[in-house]
Design a binder for this molecule. Structure first.
Ligand code: X8Z
Ligand code: ZN
Length: 603
């Protein structure tokens, strides 16, 4: 996750009314010079408060107690109050012919809050307290299993490796038992943030979230539909293939050959990435695959060495090594004896040089990849550190999520793993399908999930789902998009969305869906620049300083320009386009279609 939840990524040209037209009409129209003076002062005020809020949030996230929750809530409430006032004031300059930089800053100010507070005494305080409590409830969640209290970390290990359907079901249900208590808090937070959003002139908080993409919010929703339509047939192909293998493994009583897949059989607590069940679905005659988990363990990697290896990739692109403070201030492993937020995130605490990651790293392939993801955030933050405060952000939030994933696409290639001494032999062309299948289990399988989390929240925010319907609404979307069902009936008080970090953490999720498209666009363009002629999935840009320089030039722009301009600067393209995904996976899609012959695909 990107550290600042307050300042959502994104850019200008956004919609958004401000105050009621009548109120505006009476006030004398401000001048462009006044608009600039306001934006500059607002920016300076927010920048001053930011470091204090980040430090409070860091301390709470790495040492959860009643006191640190209190401190974080106090700091968050202060900046929320300020940002809300500034957003309302910024709207007074709608229609003023401000210079382009000021105009962009004003637009960013208007939609900078993920959860705006209503303008009444105590509201920001109340919201910040609820938000901190929700996040902490998730992060400290434990449940009884085999006579022991276990954490999400432990539960995830079982989901990844167990092949016992009864055990998987028990652990899945156990983790989902931590969230029913969150429902009332979540409903209250959604309600209040809707009220705050309306006071800023948005229909609801969903509309506010959709406004960060340099286009009309409705047009943005339609964009995500268009992208999903590009990917859906491929997802259905993968779903069909995986379901057949699960049916062969577990039998009809556990997983039927038709219909949706049981959510706990896919190797991940949320069925969002399926790479952990690769051995169950590997092509029958395949001999070429290797397990990155095993390679890392056999080579004696520890978490710090994994992070050093990630840093080395960025350095090979010509970027600077991480600062010393990164190593002394980051949380790389789960500390003993205190509660922390284990969900991985990247921070820039002083909006300049104090970049850090916070993870509970395990020595496995998944975390090796996540390290590259998090460092992508840090390298982006470092690249745009000389931008004015309001532009210290991604071109949009999907860009922020895509940087490290783009690097990860190279860092997972067998060629690269061989170059750094992890993998002895690089498989020939016969290794392509196994490699692509494993990648698809993580990337293609993710896309419907990446889309539906916010589809659910959009429905919550626009009032279509009332608290009693939250859970049914969640499963309706899970089945519609992912083609999955829970392992058994859900209890009446279940609040399953709360068992996914970004819901109690209040982190918008469409960013990850977008990132899963952008990263392939970045990769295709980078490989082209590198003069790569082979199949896209075999391309690695490791060591390519020319590509690195061009990529960094895009990152340096931060949020200063509309995202299509920034995309163009690196890729020459101006649209989000899933054809790069199709290019990358093309051989696999052909192969899957062949394998699925005779199956009744879909659900
Ligand atoms: O939350 C994350 C990152 C931090 S921004 C670890 N991701 C999403 C998730 O875990 O659900 C990365 C992939 C999707
Ligand atoms: Zn991230």
């Amino acid at each position: 996750m990107l550290k600042t939840k307050l300042l959502a990524a994104g850019a200008a040209l956004a919609i958004v009314a401000g105050l009621p037209a009548a109120a505006l009409a009476q006030a004398p129209k401000p001048t462009p010079a006044e608009a600039k003076a306001f934006a500059d002062k607002a920016e300076a005020d927010l920048a001053r408060l930011s470091q204090y809020v980040q430090k409070a949030a860091w301390v709470r996230a790495t040492y959860i107690t009643e006191d640190t929750q209190w401190l974080e809530a106090k700091a968050t409430s202060e900046i929320t109050d300020l940002a809300t006032k500034l957003a309302i004031e910024a709207a007074k300059y709608d229609g003023v012919a401000a210079d382009p930089v000021t105009r962009r800053k004003l637009d960013i100010l208007k939609r900078s809050l993920v959860a705006p507070a209503p303008q009444r005494p105590g509201a920001a305080d109340e919201m910040a307290t609820i938000a901190s409590r929700l996040d902490s409830t998730y992060s400290t969640g434990k449940f009884a299993y085999k006579g022991k209290q276990i954490t999400l970390n432990d539960a995830e290990d079982v989901m990844a490796s167990s092949r016992d359907p009864a055990e998987l079901k028990a652990v899945w249900e156990g983790w989902h038992s931590i969230s029913p208590g969150m429902r009332a808090d979540y409903a209250k937070l959604a309600d209040m943030s809707n009220e705050g959003s309306r006071q800023l002139g948005y229909k609801d908080t969903g509309a506010l979230w959709r406004s960060g993409y340099d286009m009309d919010p409705d047009a943005f929703a339609a964009e995500t539909d268009r992208l999903w339509k590009q990917i859906e047939p491929f997802y259905k192909n993968l779903h069909c293939y995986v379901r057949a293998r699960l049916n062969e493994k577990y039998g009809d009583a556990v997983q039927k050959r038709t219909g949706p897949i049981r959510a706990d059989l896919l190797g991940n607590m949320w069925a969002q990435q399926w790479g952990n069940i690769y051995p169950l679905v590997a092509p029958k005659d395949e001999k070429t695959s290797y397990s990155l988990d095993t390679l890392l363990v056999n080579a004696g990697y520890d978490p710090t060495k994994m992070v050093k290896t990630g840093e080395n990739f960025y350095v090979s692109l010509g970027l600077d090594p991480l600062p010393d403070t990164f190593w002394t201030r980051s949380q790389i492993v789960r500390p003993e004896g205190r509660e922390v937020v284990c969900h991985a995130s990247a921070w820039d605490v002083d909006d300049r040089d104090d970049i850090r990651i916070k993870m509970c790293t395990k020595v496995n392939g998944e975390d090796f990849y996540t390290i590259h993801h998090e460092l992508g955030h840090n390298y982006y933050q470092r690249a745009y550190k000389d931008q004015p405060y309001l532009f210290k952000n991604g071109a949009n939030d999907g860009f922020h999520e895509a940087i490290g994933d783009f690097v990860g696409l190279s860092a997972l290639t067998p060629t690269y793993l061989n170059q750094i001494g992890l993998l002895k032999d690089v498989p020939g062309a016969e290794g392509d399908i196994p490699f692509l299948l494993e990648m698809a289990l993580n990337k293609i399988a993710f896309m419907p999930f990446g889309l539906l989390v916010d589809r659910w929240r959009w429905e919550v925010f626009d009032g279509e789902l009332k608290p009693e319907q939250y859970n049914d609404g969640w499963w309706k979307l899970r089945t519609q998009y992912q083609g999955i069902v829970p392992p058994g009936p859900r209890p009446a008080d279940a609040f399953d969305p709360g068992a996914k970090y970004h819901v109690p953490g209040n982190v918008p999720y469409t960013r990850y869906f977008l990132a899963h498209v952008y990263q392939f666009q970045f990769h295709r363009a980078a490989c082209q620049q590198a003069g790569w002629k082979g199949p896209l999935h075999r391309c690695s840009i490791y060591g390519d300083k020319a590509v690195g320089a061009k990529f960094n030039a895009m990152m340096e722009m931060g949020a200063s320009k509309p995202w299509p301009e920034e995309l163009k600067a690196f890729t020459g393209e101006t649209r989000t386009d899933a054809s790069a995904v199709a290019d990358y996976f093309q051989p696999l899609n052909v192969w899957l279609t062949k394998q699925n012959k005779g199956e009744k695909c879909g659900w």
